[in-house]
Design a protein around this ligand. Structure first.
Ligand code: TXA
Ligand code: MG
Length: 324
């Protein structure tokens, strides 16, 4: 039976803010075992976690985010051995996992027999996206919970992704059981997603791991998504959107706009005064949250389209896309 998204029975009146210490981790793991949704930090963005094997718990993620439709979610696990309980492993998966896990890389692989994952996590696909986050609090939570956690970014659907617990609470307070607070995320944009389901490594979403090191390990370029591949939510439609308008590749602000800079030059806020792409990725969503709070439209300086610039420009294009 399809879960009813207007069902508010899972929605918590008070959202607990938990420290990432033994007590907070034990409380978060208990809430997750009880089928509740708990936001937790990863090195990319804060995720909204629920037991990936429990359809009702995963339905709680959709209810809290107000997501209108079911996208497949990423299953977070503590290590590659845990991933192998749920997916069909391959030499290519082993090669990429050895090079980049734990870290901001998600692999899409065929579901294993007896995978145990809820069809709401996979949106009914016969593949699963798996990721081993490097963040110590995410690692500790996964080990305390001892199971796979489905976790999209912990923000209301379509809005700016959260890189601090304050961002999470600003969007979801009262709608989720708890947030595990361990400070700002270091990478700042979501994981890079590589599809391996048909044996050809394909870039499904640019993200916090640049494509260049992945291609260096593979010894060849990543392929485009296949025509029937699911790519990231709203590929060309609005996502990661501030409330106000966003104008890209701007040399300066016009009219009422606030200016988000990159590199030297005057601006209201800078992604990176030195033009450092890793710093810009880490600051991207926080800068958008801050500028959005001014209530004014946002103009953004050009960002180079290489390295982490690929993921930054992908998020910016969607932030600027026409709203539904
Ligand atoms: O960094 C991240 O990846 C963050 C943190 C919390 O770990 N998580 C995240 O999750 O961005 P989410 O739910 O926004 O990403 C899910 C996306 C889907 O929209 C789709 O693009 C891809 O992952 N995906 C998931 N399962 C897939 C599958 N079976 N086949 C292809 N793509 C899939
Ligand atoms: Mg998201």
């Amino acid at each position: 039976m399809a879960p009813n998204l207007s069902d508010v029975s899972q929605i918590s009146a008070v959202t607990e803010r938990l420290a990432a210490d033994d007590h907070g981790l034990a409380r978060a793991a208990q809430l997750l075992r009880d089928g509740a949704c708990v936001a937790f930090p990863t090195e990319t963005v804060y995720g909204l976690g629920a037991d990936a094997r429990n359809g009702e718990a995963v339905a709680g993620i959709y209810a809290a985010k107000g997501r209108p439709s079911f996208n497949p979610l990423i299953a977070h696990v503590a290590d590659a051995a845990s991933a192998q309980r749920h997916v069909v492993w391959s030499d290519l998966a082993e090669k990429l996992a050895r090079a980049f896990w734990p870290g901001p890389l998600t692999l899409v692989l065929p579901l294993a027999p007896d995978h145990g994952i809820s069809s709401l996590t996979t949106a009914g696909l016969d593949t699963l996206a798996v990721r081993v986050p490097a963040h110590p609090a995410a690692q500790a939570l996964l080990r305390a919970f001892d199971g796979p956690l489905a976790a999209p970014s912990a923000n209301p659907s379509g809005r700016i992704s959260p890189t601090t617990a304050d961002h999470v609470l600003a969007g979801l307070s009262g709608r989720i059981a708890a947030v595990l607070d361990d400070g700002p995320c270091s990478v700042g944009v979501e994981s890079t997603i590589v599809g391996l389901a048909d044996g050809v490594p394909r870039l499904l979403r640019p993200g916090g791991l640049a494509t260049e090191p992945i291609e260096a390990v593979l010894g060849h370029a990543l392929a485009q998504p296949a025509s029937d591949d699911i790519t990231a939510p709203g590929q060309l439609s609005s996502h990661y959107a501030p409330a106000g308008a966003v104008r890209l590749n701007a040399e300066a602000s016009q009219g009422d706009e606030v200016f988000l800079g990159f590199g030297p030059g005057p601006c209201d806020l800078s992604l990176s005064p030195d033009g450092d792409l890793a710093q810009a990725a880490a600051r991207l969503f926080d800068c958008l949250h801050r500028l959005d709070a001014t209530g004014r439209p946002i103009a953004v300086a050009p960002i180079p389209d290489s390295g982490l610039g690929l993921a930054i420009n992908d998020r910016l294009r969607r932030a600027a896309a026409p709203r539904p």
